[in-house]
Design a binder for this molecule. Structure first.
Ligand SMILES: C[S@@+](CC[C@H](N)C(=O)[O-])C[C@H]1O[C@@H](n2cnc3c(N)ncnc32)[C@H](O)[C@@H]1O
Length: 362
């Protein structure tokens, strides 16, 4: 093995060229099965491609060979966190921090694992440890706010993109098959009813389109569809479905106010389970009104709150009161038309309690 070979393989990995990176790393390991840098590259590659079983095996092999390899301990902690084996993850993170205490940005990861095993004071302490040295770490900021009941206006964009990048590979299978996610069908039901009476070309904007489940459900009803999302990995899955004409990788407030779309206007805007990452919605609603044609339709789902206008929940998502939504829609130039109680999906044994709204621009 020479360092050039390993440098090339790691560069491929860095550029997310996973196929060629895997071939290069395996080639190095054939000649030198105990190369720690190649094994670490391979572990990271398995992690990045959501092959958590092989990531775990590879990081454990590194630890057998070099019990002081902090990267392998952090990698193993992250792998076990993602597959929800939180107690084991905590053990490996603790060993990792002993070896490399200065990697303070990873404290949010162990904090989250502690939160998941109900060690709430440990979680709070470790989110704060993360923020002490990394005050802009969005994961720690948002999760600490959610844990301590602080109400904020919006989830930080970096929190959203990291969260959904991690989730993209399994999103469709998990949400639809395991959590009975049904918002795309609910939105389709409402849009179908109103479009039936209209004859113009239907152009759709899907805010927080994710992997494209809503776009797929509306595909047969519209002539063109654009999607906006912050997560490049969710957009990659959406792109492969070929239901959108254009996909924009950006925050949708940014898109609604600042993107130059020429003469493009939409007559339908939808948002399935994405506005739950906003507390304050006045700016988003004004932005939607700006992009909608006259008498255009806006349909979206939210989680329900009986008392407060909006509230950041422990889940990291926001819930909204119907009173707040209706007054904000009205102030933004919409006529609220339908408000329907729904169960957008389950959460473990519990139902999430939500609302589907349909409104029309004046
Ligand atoms: C739960 S997923 C729902 C995806 C899709 N709408 C569906 O119904 O399957 C929420 C999506 O909203 C996106 N999202 C949340 N906040 C956003 C923001 N401020 N700007 C753009 N996308 C956002 C996330 O990246 C994620 O893909």
């Amino acid at each position: 093995m020479n360092t050039l070979q390993i440098d090339n393989a790691l560069e491929l990995l860095e550029n997310e060229e996973y196929g060629p990176a895997k071939v290069a790393l395996k080639g190095i390991l054939e000649e030198n099965p105990n190369s720690l840098s190649a094994l670490l590259g391979l572990g990271d590659l398995f992690f990045a491609t959501s092959d958590y079983e092989n990531a775990e095996k590879t990081y454990k092999k590194i630890i057998e060979l070099a019990a002081d390899n902090s990267d392998a301990f952090f990698g193993l902690g992250a792998t076990l966190r993602v597959v929800e084996r939180y107690s084991e993850a905590i053990d490996y993170y603790e060993q990792a921090f002993k070896l490399e205490p200065e990697r303070t940005d990873a404290y949010w990861e162990v904090a989250y694992s502690r939160e998941m095993v109900s060690d709430l004071s440990g979680a709070e302490r470790d989110y704060k440890r993360c923020l002490l040295n990394n005050p802009n770490n969005s994961m720690a900021q948002h999760l600490l706010a959610a844990l301590t009941g602080k109400n904020t206006e919006k989830a930080p964009p970096r929190y959203v993109s990291d969260l959904f990048d991690d989730y993209a590979a399994v999103f469709d299978a998990e949400l639809v098959d395991e959590l009975s996610y049904n918002v795309p069908q609910q939105i389709k039901g409402e849009i179908k009813n109103v479009l039936f009476k209209e004859k113009t070309k239907q152009s759709l904007l899907d805010l927080g389109c994710g992997t494209g489940l809503v776009g797929e459900s509306l595909y047969s009803l519209v002539q063109e569809a654009d999607g906006v999302d912050l997560s490049p990995k969710m957009l990659e899955v959406a792109r492969a479905k070929k239901v959108y004409n254009r996909l924009y990788e950006t925050d949708f407030e940014e898109f609604l106010f600042n993107r130059d779309l020429g003469k493009q206007e939409y007559n339908i805007v939808v948002s399935g389970d994405a506005l739950v990452y906003f507390g304050r919605l006045d700016k988003v609603f004004l932005g939607v009104a700006k992009r909608l044609s006259r008498a255009g339709w806006f349909c979206f789902s939210l989680e329900d709150n009986k008392n407060l206008d909006y509230q950041l929940q422990r889940s990291g998502r926001y819930s909204h009161s119907s009173n707040y939504i209706n007054k904000t829609l009205t102030a933004s130039g919409f006529v609220p038309t339908i408000e329907k109680s729904i169960v957008p999906r389950t959460d473990g044994e519990d139902d999430i309690i939500g609302k589907l709204y349909l409104c029309r621009k004046h």
